[in-house]
Design a protein around this ligand. Structure first.
Ligand code: FES
Ligand code: FES
Length: 157
């Protein structure tokens, strides 16, 4: 079936079987491989994207269910000139990653968190990120990065 989406500001049309997951559509049909698949069962958060303004686990959604939606993936965060999004810059500055596998999902969830909970303190940030798992267990620096990223996002809003 044909599914129209707006991905990172561009309108796209993909021809996918009706049972195609959104994450498969993003990775295999649109070749945006920054969105990762860790578990495929809505546990780890590696596949997180922003769908119509909210973070979702794209392994838990069919592309056909979200026809017409606006989606932002990690590739859509930085500016065209390569300037990192404030949250990406904060992860870089705070060394908020080790192997990097969870990182794109963490960053997308962190952006969503800051958009919807701009006053979240460190404890709330830890709770709000509970859907994202880091197998390298580098949570201390991830949380530091989100705290800094929240400040950076507020400063550039
Ligand atoms: Fe989607 Fe793990 S791959 S939550
Ligand atoms: Fe390796 Fe999080 S940095 S899984």
């Amino acid at each position: 079936m044909q599914v129209q989406l707006t991905v990172n500001g561009k309108q796209v049309s993909v021809d996918v079987p009706p049972n195609t997951l959104l994450v498969q559509t993003i990775r295999e049909h649109l070749h945006l491989t920054g969105t990762h698949v860790g578990c495929d069962t809505a546990q780890c958060g590696a596949c997180t994207v922003i769908l119509n303004g909210r973070a979702v686990k794209s392994c838990n959604v069919l592309a056909a269910q979200v026809a017409g939606a606006e989606i932002t993936t990690i590739e859509g965060l930085a500016k065209e000139d390569g300037t990192l999004h404030p949250m990406q810059a904060a992860f870089k500055e705070c060394h908020g990653l080790q192997c990097g596998f969870c990182t794109t999902g963490m960053v997308m969830s962190a952006v969503d968190l800051c958009n919807h909970h701009p006053k979240a303190d460190e404890t709330e940030i830890r709770e709000l990120l509970e859907g994202n798992i880091c197998r390298c267990t580098g949570y201390q620096n991830i949380v530091k990065a989100v705290v800094l990223g929240k400040t950076n996002m507020a400063a550039t809003a």
